[in-house]
Design a protein around this ligand. Structure first.
Ligand SMILES: *Cc1c(COP(=O)(O)O)cnc(C)c1O
Length: 469
């Protein structure tokens, strides 16, 4: 063993203690660490001939690299849809690295870490009140979950023509219907060889909505003349957290032959609250569902899962079967994750989620979901009271989509947001909604309080004073 490695090994406890302290210093100061910074490094460090050991590397990290990092798990990072990490999720994440398993199947790696993934998926089904007719697995994010689901949908589409696209390539035009797909679904169409432009847009409901217009959907279905298709629907659009009408879609599924996918990356968590579960009523009829854990479940990146109906397991295996690991016998009995999703080797990604669900229970997550929605309303009210802002959409859940009031102020929106983000007190993202430049704030983080909204409103007022409205 190299002497520096040997030293590190001898000094392991001290090194981990120091790493823990580095973590504590970050987490205990999230409130004060800026949500943006202008720090830079010249990313051209020379690789040492002789290493410097973990302790020195940690010192260098602290000095050179940590200043590049922002308070994205903190309470005022409202950009995109950004979760934080709860204590239990950090424990699970750290231990996933420490135990360093390659989670594929029961016993095939000599261990049974896949049982932990099964159990975690089962806990998630209970949290979301979904039936166990779904099989699930962990992937890095909702993008990969959409990709995995749509890949199986693609295989299903071929099967309707007696074709095996996974083996022979795509030989039919794949029909896709969707209204307000997330960009990652479009990216998936591109990665899947379907083509990022090859989908038919269904109208959205009139009157400031992003949900599918069911009448138009059925017309587009009819126009396909009985040809199969894939429907990409939304449980929570990113601008306005709008939901498609899943009961109506379930009804259409009885009449038309299609694969029904739901992207519920964050909105799926509406199922956790008595107040909001009506949004997802009927979603158990879908063939596949995408959910992110690194958003509203507040676990560290990278964590998401897909749910695909068990009845499609053979299509799923045809899609992802690893050719070096021929499938033996009953696919459910000899189940191996490497045959049902994109990656072969995978970390024990379920562990942070397992810890979170066991530590905080249904009540803990219901509380995070409902608090987030209350905060979104609170922020929206503060914006309205301020009189210089207007909402671009009603608050359905946890996202606030707003702009500076007045059409002649449209050219000031980007500059205003840039100045606001520059303060490092808060981070929000720009958007365009109904042809208007807007700003999005998404409430997902378990640490956010009304005090944070007060701090942000003050910053916004200060900055607006410099603008001549
Ligand atoms: C965030 C998001 C995605 C993409 O998720 P990643 O975790 O970034 O891959 C997909 N769909 C929706 C609705 C999202 O909000």
């Amino acid at each position: 063993m190299n002497s520096i490695l040997q030293q590190d090994l001898n000094d392991l406890e001290n090194i981990l203690e120091k790493a823990k302290q580095q973590g504590i210093d970050f987490l205990n100061n999230l409130d004060d660490i800026p949500t943006s910074n202008q720090n830079k490094i010249d990313p051209k460090r020379v690789l040492n001939e002789l290493g410097i050991g973990s302790e020195q590397a940690l010192k260098e990290f602290k000095q050179r690299l940590a200043p590049l990092l922002v308070s994205s798990p903190g309470p005022r990072y409202w950009g995109f849809v950004t979760g934080g990490s709860t204590p239990a999720s950090i424990v699970g994440d750290w231990l996933a690295s420490v135990y360093d398993q390659n989670t594929q199947s029961v016993t095939s790696q000599g261990g049974n870490s896949a049982l932990i993934e099964f159990e975690t998926i089962n806990l998630l089904l209970q949290l979301l009140e979904l039936p166990d007719s779904f099989l699930g697995g962990f992937v890095t994010g909702a993008t990969m979950s959409n990709f995995t689901s749509l890949a199986v949908a693609r295989q299903w589409f071929g099967a309707q023509f007696g074709k095996d696209f996974a083996k022979n390539g795509i030989s039919e035009t794949i029909n896709i219907l969707t209204a307000t797909p997330h960009s990652s679904s479009i990216k998936s169409l591109s990665m899947l060889g379907i083509g990022s432009q090859n989908y038919t847009l269904v109208k959205t409901i009139e009157g400031n909505r992003e949900a599918l217009d069911i009448a138009d959907l059925e017309e587009k279905m009819k126009a396909l003349n009985g040809k199969p298709f894939i429907l990409i629907s939304s449980a929570g659009t990113v601008n306005t957290a709008d939901f498609d009408d899943f009961e109506a879609i379930a009804g259409l599924k009885e009449k038309y032959n299609f694969w029904w996918h739901i992207d519920g990356a964050f909105g799926g968590f509406a199922a956790v609250s008595e107040k909001y579960k009506h949004y997802v009523k009927g979603w158990e009829g879908a063939d596949s569902i995408t959910i992110d854990c690194h958003k509203w479940l507040n676990v560290p990146y990278e964590s998401a899962f897909y749910l695909i109906k068990k009845e499609h397991i053979n299509l799923q295996i045809e899609t992802f079967q690893n050719s070096n690991a021929p499938y033996l016998g009953d696919p459910l009995e000899n189940f191996n994750y490497l045959n049902v999703l994109p990656e072969n080797s995978r970390r024990l990604r379920a562990l942070p989620v397992w810890f979170s669900l066991v530590a905080y229970g249904k009540e803990g997550f219901c509380d995070i979901i409902e608090k987030s929605t209350q905060l979104a309303l609170h922020f929206a009210n503060a914006l309205i009271e301020d009189n210089n802002f207007e909402l671009l959409a009603p608050i359905r859940l946890n996202n606030v989509c707003f702009t500076i009031k007045g059409d002649d102020n449209q050219d000031k929106v980007s500059k205003f947001l840039a100045k606001l983000n520059y303060t490092g007190k808060v981070f929000m993202t720009p958007t365009v909604y109904e042809n208007k430049k807007g700003i999005r704030a998404s409430f997902v983080n378990w640490r956010t309080t009304e005090q944070d909204i007060k701090i942000v409103m003050e910053e916004m007022k200060n900055i607006l004073e410099d603008f001549d409205l």
